[in-house]
Design a protein around this ligand. Structure first.
Ligand code: KIV
Length: 275
């Protein structure tokens, strides 16, 4: 069904429950990151199912090499801006590094701040059995949790590289067991990042909750990309899994250069562009 047709028929708010129903009827879930009001408004109006305020904001908005430096206050700032622009999509906010791993009480208070201050629908966090108590505590307060396994960028200093995860049997077995654990304790959905497609397909077929992939092949229940990558704003990042839908870096550079030329030549503003 085309996006336009679906929008006419169904512009109800997307909830965690509706994502599960989408999996049940075999409808793929679309998710994209956003970090500000204007882009979130456009992405929502285009018909996206879920908008992730990812901690990738640390990379694409703040210019950091990793996701580690971004703070809870900064994630709340981005989350609040995004939620203001969204009417239909499910808004998911990443808990940043250091805001949930320490202990369940800290995890709960970080999640409560996110929910109270941003008006988002749910949170996402990275990890499996290591963060089980934190997830259970957050869920006990009625806050929906999306899990994230595979390449978990907050652990980059442990991995040492952004290469494909879970190629080896032991890591694949742990990932499958963590995926089941997350479903069993009550996560409503799961992101799988940069793992072999066959493994992701197996996990998606074994779980009842929707599995959303990034670099995890087409056998999962939905896809997520970082907005700056898919719109071609961030040109220095070209992993195999990325499909570019625009080349905004080129468009923006041309537009800015034309503006500079017009200012320098005195062509801008002309008589119609002044009072
Ligand atoms: O922070 C982020 O953008 C993410 C996606 C890559 C899934 O977690």
């Amino acid at each position: 069904m085309s996006v336009a047709k679906r929008d006419l028929e169904d512009n109800r708010k997307v909830t965690t429950r509706r994502l599960i129903e989408m999996k049940q009827r075999g409808e793929k879930i679309s998710m994209l990151t956003a970090y500000d009001y204007s882009m979130a408004t456009l992405i929502d109006q285009a018909g996206m199912d879920a908008i992730l305020v990812g901690d990738s904001a640390s990379n694409v908005m703040a210019g950091n090499a990793t996701t580690l430096p971004i703070t809870l206050d900064q994630m709340i700032y981005h989350g609040k801006s995004v939620a203001k622009g969204v009417k239909r999509a499910l808004v998911v906010i990443d808990l940043p590094f250091g805001s949930y791993q320490g202990n369940p009480i800290e995890a709960l208070s970080s999640s409560i701040r996110v929910m109270k201050e941003t008006n988002a629908d749910c949170i996402k966090l990275e990890g499996g059995s290591e963060v089980r108590e934190s997830i259970e505590r957050i869920l006990s307060a009625g806050i929906p949790v999306m899990g994230h396994l595979g390449l978990t960028p907050q652990s980059i200093n442990k991995f040492g590289t952004y290469t494909v995860r879970a190629r080896e049997e032991e890591e694949a077995r742990k990932l499958i067991s963590d995926a089941h654990l997350l479903e069993d304790i009550g996560c409503f959905s799961l992101v799988l990042e940069k793992i072999p497609a066959a493994l992701a397909t197996q996990v998606a077929s074994e779980l009842k909750i929707p599995v959303i992939g990034i670099g995890a092949g087409g056998g999962v229940d939905g896809q997520v990309l970082v907005m700056h990558d898919m719109l071609g704003i961030n040109q220095g990042f070209s992993p195999r899994f990325l499909r570019r839908y625009a080349n905004l870096a080129e468009n923006i550079t041309h537009a800015v250069q034309s503006y500079i030329e017009d200012v320098k030549s005195g062509d801008f503003p002309n008589e119609k562009e002044q009072y």
